[in-house]
Design a binder for this molecule. Structure first.
Ligand code: PHE
Length: 498
């Protein structure tokens, strides 16, 4: 008898998977990445990466979760004993991310409030760094920042609430509320942005192709990097979510829908962001290229500055930061579910306990980012955990499965048995050859840049303590969890009814 929690509807699963995929990466990472890597010409490598790695990997992860019906460590352990470690490693990586990701959501909550009075005044950057975050030098942590701490607690309460209620009544409900709301809000933002003076200037800069960059390997690495991050691949997330699919679910179709929905949102974000940047450029008589930013800088430094110059600034600002909050929350719920599911299964405890222990520990650790050293720490941990956690474990994952464990054919026949679209040789070539080659090359590039210069200009000791130790630590912690035995099947089923 099957006792495992399940999604209530197909749409519920799709919205949850999209909710995980659509995150800060779509809104603040994609637009700048595309612009810096050839503008309109970037769409070629981007689409190539989506079709040769993004969707094929998504199909693989959905198949693994669907076939083995377990969290990432459990599913991998059923593929082969040795692979369990990769699952825990990915869970550990997601755990680390879940300690700093909510901080950004917390900032966005405060900023949606700040928007109404444009609290940042005429110096948005100075306000963010000095007044709001009270940023200290790297390595010093200083005191807690209450205006980060309180919204952070609110984020955790929301996450605990939905995770505690389970898959169907919690995660699915959250995404059914958050994702449609996000899409509506974002469409309003885009329409408003497109009607600002200078919007076309921005779009022109965004879409103008620079074909000369297409031969540059780093552009292709950027495209693959964006696709991996944006589709939440190799985070243990999609395996976990797919493990709650009913037996008869079309895997391949779901993967294509998730992949295209995510990219559509990404494109929409690119249009909205660049239309807005075009407005700023035309107001300040600068070239668009001079005002382009990504990440924290775009959201908390450049956008506030733009918002102040707009008619109905408060409303636009509120909507923009609310969209970050919604996109962030649905991704945050998905990362946290990876360890909730894994702990629940390995230690044979209830969902409530797994949420309390796993989420509780992550919440406590997130306090490290809520003090005056938070921004630098976040920046460093993020960079290293992504390069040597997500990308590297993704490489281990495909190589182990395609070359050493069962081989891809086994997964192909499982996916084909439930899906309308049948997989072919193309799928095995993408995963067995193209993806490993690209990820391997990406790894070498990352390592090379680490050797050439200190990331972000941080002192080497700082990078060692908070970058390398954290990233390599995740591998070791993952290995530790494999030492414990799985509970017997019977007990396992008992713990998992909803
Ligand atoms: N896919 C998310 C995004 O685009 C990234 C992400 C999801 C990162 C979940 C961590 C955890 O922002």
């Amino acid at each position: 008898m099957e006792n495992r929690s399940q999604w209530g509807t197909r749409l519920g699963f799709l919205l949850a998977a999209m909710g995980s995929a659509i995150g800060l990466g779509n809104i603040w990472r994609f637009p700048a990445t595309a612009f810096e890597n050839g503008g309109g010409a970037f769409f070629l490598p981007y689409l190539f990466a989506l079709l040769t790695a993004g969707i094929p990997l998504l199909i693989l992860e959905y198949t693994i979760g669907h076939k083995y019906r377990g969290s990432a460590p459990k599913s991998y352990s059923k593929i082969s004993k040795g692979m369990e470690w990769i699952g825990w490693w990915q869970v550990a990586v997601s755990f680390v991310i879940s300690t700093y990701y909510p901080i950004i959501i917390a900032w966005a909550i405060m900023y949606s409030y700040f928007s109404f009075g444009q609290q940042w005044g005429s110096d948005a950057t100075g306000f963010f760094v000095a007044d709001y975050l009270q940023l200290a030098d790297p390595g010093t942590f200083g005191s807690m920042v209450p205006m980060v701490l309180f919204p952070l607690l609110a984020v955790w309460l929301i996450v605990f609430f939905f995770l505690g209620r389970g898959v169907k009544k919690g995660i699915e409900v959250a995404n059914k509320i958050f994702i449609p709301t996000l899409v509506v809000i974002f469409l309003i933002i885009v329409v408003r942005a497109l009607t600002l003076p200078g919007a076309l200037l921005g779009l022109d800069a965004f879409f103008k192709p620079d074909w000369s960059m297409i031969a540059d390997g780093s552009v292709w690495v950027a495209a693959y990097g964006q696709i991996f991050f944006s589709l939440s691949i190799a985070f243990a997330i999609m395996i976990t979510y797919a493990s709650y699919l009913p037996k008869k679910s079309d895997i391949t179709n779901n993967a294509f829908i998730t992949g295209f929905a995510n990219s559509s949102f990404e494109l929409l974000a690119g249009i909205g962001v660049f239309a807005t940047l075009g407005f700023l450029a035309s107001q300040s008589n600068e070239a668009v290229s001079e005002v382009v930013a990504g990440g924290v800088g775009l959201a908390f430094m450049v956008f506030p500055e733009i918002i102040s110059q707009m008619p109905m600034a408060g409303l636009f600002g509120f909507l923009f930061f609310a969209s970050l909050v919604l996109a962030g929350l649905s991704s945050m719920i998905s990362i946290s579910e990876t360890y909730v599911a894994a702990v629940q299964e390995k230690f044979n405890v209830s969902r409530g306990k797994a949420v309390a222990f796993g989420g509780g520990l992550a919440a406590v650790l997130s306090l490290f980012f809520a003090n005056q050293g938070g921004l630098n720490l976040l920046d460093t941990v993020d960079r290293f955990i992504n390069s040597y956690g997500v990308a590297l474990s993704g490489l281990f994952q495909v190589v182990a499965i395609a070359w050493f464990a069962k081989g891809l054919k086994d997964f192909q026949s499982h996916a084909d048995s439930v899906s309308d679209i049948k997989l072919g040789l193309w799928w095995r070539v993408c995963l067995g050859i193209i993806t490993p080659v690209v990820l391997g090359y990406m790894m070498l590039q990352n390592l090379r840049s680490e050797l050439l210069e200190n990331y972000g200009g941080y002192p080497i000791e700082y990078l060692f303590n908070f970058g390398w130790v954290v990233a390599i630590g995740a591998m070791f912690v993952g290995a530790l969890f494999t030492l414990k035995k799985w509970p017997s099947n019977k007990a396992d089923e008992k713990s998992d009814s909803e």
